[in-house]
Design a protein around this ligand. Structure first.
Ligand code: IVH
Length: 678
């Protein structure tokens, strides 16, 4: 290929192919080539450009990291200001917004009396706003929002994002400014933090901070190494003879130009449409591979938008409906330790009360001693606290810049605060434990709370407070003692009426014939969770058989490893435990024996591990999971190389992406039914 015109032609071809692959990957979300093939195209182009330097152009994909590091960002004034959005947290604010919009449009004759307003509803992406300017189809400038009028010139950095085209697809307008959010996907964020730690650098607190730090880099090559993505949700200046009529069509148009557009958007009608979208997005939030802090409603008609106009610094035609913040900062007042059922000592952060994730949080788990050290948390620090969904609140990281001089280290106590026994931490284990066993009131309390919990004996009305009273007074020492409680005794306790006392006694009576699996789980044998307890029950059929099982018998059960087997054998060898079992029998607790142990060929899914995601057409995820388990399959919560199948329903999110990445087979509910022979 020496003929110059042929080389030039090949260079053009490579530009187009690489741009097309970027489009397929970032915009269409449907890559058609492997990373290796993509890299090979890029290398070929680099080599040609090295031989023929006059063929290097500024919109060549090799020129993404072109600029030299600079000392400061230049300022850019925005031709069309970058405004913010009015916020709403409550439903009545959304109603007021819709009413205001509707009244104004009715008044202007843009709406009939019976019409509802049509909106474009979008996710409120939690990243950083940027404006990207294209002249004659080429990216010429990118800027941060700044104060809305003046931002910072980050062109060199934005050019390094592969999701941002250097050249728009034709036909493009002479001038267009595209506005959107720069962010880091959750899965990319996890990988990025793993790399940071491997390189001995500090992990980032959250995807948003990582994105902000990566974008405001004076060295574009650093930005290039970070997995930043761009999603458009609007525009600024534009020269276009005939614009589309709606916001939704405008975003479709941006997508046609080759720009990735805010995903998950929907056209909805009236207040009900808005609230439904808010609720739907809220429940889908954990499945998304990016963070959102709310949803945005925009009147869809551009003519109506123009009529509604702006108030101070926000459009009257749009509203951000936010979710309660999932992260807040607060003061770490102290670190205490808590003793768990198995004696595990957990450091717990005592916090200045803070409203986060919709509740007031005063305590947060720190997991274990190493975690406190790894996160570099000192007592007295201002810390970031996170509570997402129903997850237990946790301390994410300290804010080092705000660390006071007298901040002090957490020291693991050497004695149990509850019973004074020694605390020991075996080598190679992350967890320190109280050695007091059932002598320790904390362990006794937790053992009983576990035994009566929903998935164990499921005794209604026996809450934590009541159990604490009963254990602390010495009346209840083991689960068996619960079954000897009388209405008279119970009603003498604090905050207990005769009726509640009777209810507790009834509930205890009703719990006397648990399934064997539940009883085994209720015993709180270390390493025996719900699934293992059920496996033991199914395999041995009776309590007697389990209690007499030798190590080898236990090891014969699939999924029972040496640690579990040893723990089960040790439990039944312990005289104190045998006494509790005998007492249980003597107070009338009798587990239902399993019918017949199932043979392995009755368990068609026994070699497979499943993950469920999205909404299935007929079954809830719980139902599907029960069917799988009944057929011997395993169900886990996250996709890994060990996953055999991902069962995906509609609105499947990051798990689906992960499954594709790992080449895990994806099936639907119908496929699953077939596998179950249904
Ligand atoms: S529209 C005229 N749409 O929220 C206002 N903004 O509080 C134009 N944001 O600075 C913004 N997702 O950074 C819009 N789908 C979305 C958005 C979104 C996130 C951010 C944006 C803006 C801030 C306003």
């Amino acid at each position: 290929m020496s003929e110059p015109s042929k080389v030039a032609q090949r260079v053009q071809e490579l530009h187009q192919q690489i741009a097309q692959h970027n489009y397929n990957y970032y915009v269409a979300d449907a890559p058609t080539v492997s990373d290796a093939k993509y890299d090979a195209l890029l290398r070929e182009l680099e080599e040609l450009e090295q031989q023929y330097p006059h063929l290097v152009s500024s919109d060549s994909p090799t020129q993404r990291v072109g600029a030299q590091p600079s000392n400061a960002f230049q300022s850019v004034s925005h031709g069309v200001p970058m405004l913010s959005l009015s916020n709403a947290f409550a439903e009545d604010e959304v109603q007021a917004f819709d009413k205001r919009v509707r009244d104004l449009l009715l008044g202007a004759g843009m709406l009939n009396n019976t019409d509802e307003v049509v909106y474009q509803a979008e996710y409120k992406l939690d990243g950083l706003a940027v404006n990207i300017r294209y002249e004659n189809g080429s990216l010429v400038q990118a800027a941060t929002r700044g104060d809305g009028r003046t931002g910072e010139d980050i062109t060199a950095n934005i050019r390094t994002l592969r999701s941002v085209p250097l050249k728009l697809q034709e036909p493009y307008p002479d001038l267009i400014e595209i506005r959107g959010e720069v962010l880091i996907n959750r899965s990319d964020f996890e990988q990025l933090n793993e790399q940071q730690v491997k390189r001995g650098e500090k992990p980032f607190v959250n995807p948003r901070n990582a994105a902000a730090g990566s974008l405001r880099q004076l060295e574009p090559s650093v930005t290039a190494s970070r997995p930043l993505r761009f999603y458009a949700y609007g525009w600024g200046q534009i020269s276009h003879a005939t614009l589309p009529q709606t916001h939704a069509q405008m975003l479709d148009y941006l997508s046609k130009l080759g720009v990735p557009v805010s995903p998950g958007r929907k056209i909805v009608t009236g207040v009900k449409g808005l609230i439904d979208f808010y609720n739907y997005a809220g429940s889908n939030r954990p499945n998304l591979n990016f963070e959102i802090d709310g949803v945005v409603y925009k009147v869809n008609s551009l003519a109506a938008q123009e009529l509604l106009g702006y108030v101070s610094r926000a459009p009257r035609f749009a509203l951000a409906h936010k979710y309660p913040a999932q992260e807040e900062t607060t003061l770490l007042l102290d670190i205490n330790v808590q003793v768990g059922r198995t004696g595990a000592i957990t450091p717990v952060a005592r916090l200045e009360p803070v409203f986060v994730g919709g509740v007031t949080v005063t305590n947060a788990t720190l997991h274990n001693e190493d975690e406190v050290i790894r996160k570099n948390i000192l007592i007295g620090d201002t810390v970031v606290v996170r509570r997402a969904g129903d997850v237990i609140p946790e301390v994410v990281a300290p804010i080092i810049d705000l660390r006071p001089k007298n901040a002090r280290k957490f020291i693991m106590p050497s004695r149990c605060p509850e019973c004074g026994s020694a605390i020991e931490r075996p080598e190679d284990e992350a967890v320190a434990r109280c050695t007091g066993g059932l002598f320790c009131p904390a362990q006794r309390r937790q053992t009983i709370i576990h035994a009566v919990s929903r998935k164990a004996l499921n005794i209604d009305g026996l809450g934590e407070k009541l159990v604490n009273q009963l254990v602390d007074s010495g009346r209840v020492k083991t689960v068996a003692d619960l079954f000897t409680l009388t209405v008279l005794e119970l009603s003498a306790l604090e905050r207990m009426g005769k009726k509640s006392a009777q209810n507790v006694v009834n509930a205890l009576e009703a719990a006397k014939n648990p399934t064997l699996g539940r009883l085994l789980y209720a015993l709180g044998i270390r390493h025996v969770g719900e699934t293992t307890a059920q496996a033991l029950a199914t395999h041995f059929g009776s309590l007697e058989a389990v209690s007499k099982a030798e190590l080898d018998d236990l090891l014969a059960i699939p999924d029972v490893g040496p640690a579990v087997a040893a723990s089960v054998a040790r439990f039944f060898a312990e005289p104190h435990n045998c006494e509790v079992l005998e007492n249980l029998l003597s107070v009338g607790v009798k587990p239902q024996n399993e019918e017949k142990p199932l043979r392995s060929n009755d368990l068609p899914l026994r070699d497979y591990t499943f993950v469920l995601t999205g909404t299935l057409p007929n079954w809830s995820r719980d139902e599907a999971s029960q069917h799988i388990k009944a057929a011997g399959g395993k169900v886990t919560s996250s996709v890994s190389r060990k996953t055999s199948f991902l069962v995906a329903g509609s609105e499947a999110g990051s798990k689906l992406t992960r499954a594709h990445e790992l080449n895990v087979q994806v099936i639907n509910e119908d496929d699953l039914r077939k596998m179950l022979g249904m």
